[in-house]
Design a protein around this ligand. Sequence first.
Ligand code: SF4
Ligand code: SF4
Length: 238
Amino acid sequence: MRVNEELCIGCGSCVPYCPMGCINLDGKAQIDLDECVECGVCFRSKVCPVDAIYEGELDELRLFRKTFSDPWIVHPSTNVPGRGTEEMKTNEVTGRFKRGYTGIAIELGRPGTGTRFYDVEKIAKACAAFGVEFEPQNPVTAIMSDKKTGKIDERFMNEKTLSAIVEFTAPNDKVVDILKSVKEASKELSTVASLEVCCRREPDGSLPMEELAKKAGFTPSLNGKVNVGLGRPLAKEE
Ligand code: SF4
Ligand code: SF4
């Protein structure tokens, strides 16, 4: 995002709108482009009284930031807007996660911190070591240069976005070791990470992932997340 310094009157109204805190006021507003994730909030809010904020032409890497950070943009690799993955919310229809398997998503970054992709790679590599298969309908998977090792395409390594989700399914007997590895790798991050695990309830009502997460040293907060009304429960049980 850019500021037209000739138009800017230095009122400062745009500063608190930036979730990354990267608009600085020094007489006029200045955007730190290394920190700006192209989320578009400052522009879409129409807060500027003189329309000095503008997007301009975005090159490939600025567009990359925007795709991961602007909720209105559809990821070309998945056709899903926002974070680019339907994740676990549609499991009742997609059946991504079968019995005996756990769906795992690790979200790097949030508004206020963002994430660089070298941090995304640290987590992806920690998981890949267990032979996991990364979710194909996920934009982070789409930019891996090696899906076996979790290596991210070098071009994007230092790019910053609001957040990004590493996502895969793992057999239950590997989950504890994977989650322990994620926990260890998260100590090396320069951003925040949130862990989501998902599984089907067993016929007796138990949730295998609850016990697995506890064994790995996490305290799970149980949460049923179903997009009611968006689909029928078509996913097969097995
Ligand atoms: S596009 Fe987003 S990150 Fe960039 S300056 Fe505007 S609000 Fe901040
Ligand atoms: S809101 Fe517009 S005029 Fe005010 S500081 Fe920001 S860019 Fe400048």
